[in-house]
Design a protein around this ligand. Structure first.
Ligand code: KIV
Length: 271
């Protein structure tokens, strides 16, 4: 059955953890869907982990639609959230609604996510009122890296922690279906999760929230440039790749089980 915002809300209400993993293409999305992940995030992290940019700022609506469409083709049940990329919503509420609609109409996502606190409440309200489920991303918001001064822990002083609690409550108030908290102390996550009736998904935010998200590449140990403290490699893709290189070099791959056999008749005709 296709998951919806109601499924996710029911999971929060039943205290059943929500899983979310990023995907940027068909095969990965299909595998995640078959494995039963609740939500797939077509994150603008795509700019860094797939396209090799140094930050997420260069990601365009065209990139997001292209990758969201590929993900959607692989998914039957998981709920797909696509990121609104940098400058697709910041400039105006109208742009925010128009670009959110494009992610649903062309990208076939089920919801959008946008980064930012109180300034973006009117945007969340308008997107949600337009019939588009919207997730609010608070804490470390990578599109704002230049004003944050780097990829740092957020909400670690009283003023900023209070502000984050208020932003999360307000996001819920104006219609967000969920809040994502990135890189915040676990105690703050716990407080926000207790205060909100909508699901709170964390990344680098500790375990006291309704669900967890990680980037596909980080789960599989692709951390080529940088590995944040909160990332756990659940599997090591390098091991499989090293084995392929070694087996080809030593001649043990491909073996008979992975090769095609010609019939005797064909061989007799050839010699
Ligand atoms: O773009 C992304 O992958 C994200 C996650 C880090 C939450 O926003």
């Amino acid at each position: 059955m296709k998951k919806t915002i109601l499924t996710l809300q029911a999971q929060k209400d039943k205290n059943e953890k929500i899983t979310m993993i990023t995907a940027y293409e068909y095969s990965a999305a299909k595998l995640l869907d078959q494995l039963g992940v609740d939500m797939i995030l077509v994150g603008d992290s795509l700019g860094m982990v797939v396209l090799g940019y140094e930050d997420t700022l260069s990601v365009s609506m065209k990139d997001m639609i292209h990758h969201s469409k590929a993900v959607a083709r692989g998914v039957k049940e998981a709920f797909i959230v696509a990121d609104l990329p940098f400058m697709s919503y910041q400039a105006s509420i109208k742009e925010a609604v128009k670009n959110s609609a494009k992610l649903l109409k062309k990208g076939r996502a089920n919801a959008v996510k946008l980064e930012g606190g109180s300034t973006y409440l009117p945007h969340i309200k308008a997107i949600s009122e337009a019939g588009i489920p919207v997730m609010s991303h608070l804490g470390l918001t990578p599109q704002f890296v230049n004003v944050l001064g780097g990829y740092k822990l957020q909400g670690n002083d009283e003023f900023k922690a209070e502000q984050m609690i208020q932003d999360a409550k307000n996001a819920q108030e104006v219609g967000a279906f969920a809040v994502l908290l990135e890189c915040v102390p676990w105690q703050l996550t716990q407080k926000i999760t207790e205060k909100l009736t909508i699901p709170v998904i964390g990344i680098g935010a500790g375990k006291f929230c309704d669900g967890q998200v990680l980037v596909w590449h980080d789960i599989l140990g692709f951390n080529l440039d940088f590995k944040p403290k909160f990332v756990k490699n659940f599997s090591d893709i390098s091991e499989g790749l090293k084995a392929f290189i070694q087996e080809v070099k030593e001649g043990s791959f491909p073996d008979k089980a992975h090769s095609f056999n010609a019939s005797k008749e064909l061989l007799n005709k050839l010699y």
